[in-house]
Design a protein around this ligand. Structure first.
Ligand code: 13P
Length: 253
């Protein structure tokens, strides 16, 4: 049985004062929720990672970063080393998010370098993949996702001892209020599972969690999570409000 991962991506939101106010509400609310079979992760902006760690110490909340470099250290102005993240107690790193790909021009090859480095240096990559609206309309969804998964993971040959997460986030569903239907998402998730099976074999493919992201809300979480190959969610907008994210974390499994 795969443990459900309920993850929040705060993107470029929240000052330290807002982070404090958020966790005051969120951690109190979390105590009243049955978390069996669930893992909770939040990815604040880099500036709030150390403070978030301090505030969430001893709680069930795990932390993630929203990007990372592939090297331990060196002349990489503006980048953050996975070792620096590890030092803060960060476990997950979101990589290849569509905003990194489309706004900042990150290519499949660059994303692959980041995935390989983060994995090698001991953190768990969350590799994001997903098609644009035009690609879906041109029946290119599976082709695009296959390419992003295969290139994104090309540096990871051996997976037996370590964790890896994939997030399917259709670009047309991010921040738009339009969610993929559970059936549309499941079709792509099971296709990704098949790709993982070819890459790593059945046992490992069955262990890798595949998250759905794109306009997830307290209202639609249950129907998504009920699908056999949807092992959690990566939530943007609705994770910024502690009450809404608490409702998402309360989903009955
Ligand atoms: P929204 O939940 O705001 O659509 O964002 C999804 C996302 O990009 C999570 O990484």
């Amino acid at each position: 049985m795969r443990q459900i991962l309920l993850a929040g991506n705060w993107k470029m939101h929240k000052t330290l004062a807002e982070v404090k106010a958020y966790f005051e509400v969120f951690l109190k609310g979390l105590e009243k929720i049955d978390l069996s079979g669930k893992e909770i992760m939040i990815a604040p902006p880099f500036t709030a990672l150390a403070y978030s760690r301090k505030l969430t110490e001893g709680s069930p909340v795990k932390l993630g970063a929203q990007n990372a470099c592939w090297e331990e250290k060196g002349a990489f102005t503006g980048e953050i080393s996975p070792m620096m993240l590890k030092e803060l107690g960060i476990e997950y790193v979101i990589l290849g998010h569509s905003e990194r790909r489309h706004i900042f021009g990150e290519t499949d090859e660059l994303v692959a370098k980041r995935v390989e480095g983060v994995f090698r240096l001991g953190l768990t990559p969350i590799l994001c993949v997903g098609e644009t609206l035009a690609e879906r309309q041109n029946q290119k969804t599976l082709e695009v996702v296959k390419r992003q998964v295969e290139i994104g993971l090309k540096g990871i040959k051996e997976l037996s001892q370590r964790d890896l997460v994939i997030a399917y986030e259709p670009v047309w569903a991010i921040g738009t209020g339009i969610t993929a239907t559970p059936e549309q998402a499941e079709e792509v998730h099971s296709f990704i599972r098949d790709s993982l099976l070819r890459l790593y074999g059945e046992e490992i493919a069955n262990k890798i969690r595949i998250l759905y992201g794109g306009s997830v809300t307290p209202e639609n979480i249950a129907s998504l999570i009920n699908q056999p190959n949807i092992d959690g969610v990566l939530v943007g907008g609705a994770s910024l409000d502690p009450e809404k994210f608490l409702k998402i974390c309360s989903v009955t499994l």
